[in-house]
Write a protein that binds this ligand. Structure first.
Ligand code: C5P
Length: 298
């Protein structure tokens, strides 16, 4: 199984509702940085982690999202089945790229396949949304508008590939604290007020449809960016460095602290990577869109 990380090309955040969640208008893009999951039948439901990122802080008990995903499939289909999952993580942890959501999506698809539970798309989507706001998108991948909590997902038409340079940080940011910081800043007048209009502009969709990176660049926008920079001020400096090195635009991904720089082509990606690497940053070159969670081996 393979499930991709994501970046948000647009993330508009409304004022929180009574349930504490913020209504969103977002555009997700799945990018070529993947979580790999191997699932084999087992006596119980268990998960282990490895991979290219530091996994020492991850829990593997019932609070783990992949374990919860497996339990959700078992409960929904009333099969008393076990699975042992090995997840090789490459998407940064608490990085704003939906790595935990990708694990959950991979676990849903893997268990459905392994146990022959034959859940249809609708049932899978419902289970995904119950696990986290970004999990439905991890199932579908591609490029998609997300409304509601981000879990009401609709694909958008795109042409060609967008090239990105990602800058990953050593320490993650907690998603709830970034949302809380945005609320605080808005109340204190330190951030623009919550938009009333939670829609995706037609010019952004047009730029995606035509595959025009230069037209897309000025339209990238993330309401959480100001809050992520407030909690991790060094991000602001790194954004400037990437732009100075030739990126078309730079943006905080989701709740951060991963940064995504849009570049014109692979040559420009190289320039930006070299400059940022010399400044001591960890970079990845990726492209999007890519497919959602899918089986790649049996
Ligand atoms: O849905 P997920 O588990 O990814 O959300 C993590 C936390 O992020 C939520 O508990 C909430 O504090 C915040 N969040 C939010 N509004 C959203 C999505 C997430 O406030 N639309």
């Amino acid at each position: 199984m393979q499930a991709p990380g994501k970046i948000n090309l647009l993330l508009r955040v409304g004022a929180p509702g009574a349930d504490g969640f913020h209504p969103l208008a977002t555009v997700f893009q799945a990018v070529s940085l993947y979580e790999d999951l191997i699932a084999i039948p087992g006596p119980d439901i268990a998960v282990r982690f490895g991979g290219s990122v530091d996994v020492s802080g991850l829990t593997t008990d019932d609070s783990n999202l992949a374990v919860r995903a497996a339990r959700a499939v078992a409960a929904h289909s009333h099969v008393p089945s076990g699975v042992h999952m090995q997840i090789e993580k490459h998407v940064p942890i608490a990085g704003g790229m939906g790595g935990g959501s990708a694990d959950a999506a991979a676990a849903l698809v893997a268990c459905n396949e392994l146990w022959g539970t034959e859940l249809d798309r609708h049932a899978m989507h419902e289970l995904a949304a119950s696990l986290g706001s970004d999990v439905p998108f991890s199932l579908t991948g591609g490029t998609a508008i997300g409304l509601g909590r981000g879990d009401d997902v609709n694909q958008v038409l795109t042409t060609g590939r967008l090239h990105w340079v990602l800058v990953t940080a050593e320490h993650g940011l907690s998603t709830p604290s970034v949302y809380r910081e945005l609320d605080r800043m808005r109340e204190a007048g330190e951030a623009p007020p919550a938009p009333d209009d939670l829609t995706v502009d037609a010019d952004l969709l047009r730029a995606l449809r035509s595959g025009d990176a230069a037209a897309l660049a000025p339209l990238l926008q993330n309401d959480l960016q100001v809050a992520a920079i407030s909690l991790a001020p060094a991000l602001g400096e790194t954004l400037k460095q990437g732009i100075a090195a030739g990126a078309l635009a730079g943006i905080v991904s989701g709740s951060g602290p991963t940064l995504a720089f849009l570049v014109a082509d692979t040559d420009a990606a190289h320039e930006v990577r070299v400059t940022l690497a010399v400044a001591g940053h960890q970079t990845h070159k990726v492209y999007g869109p890519v497919h959602g969670a899918r089986v790649i081996e049996h």
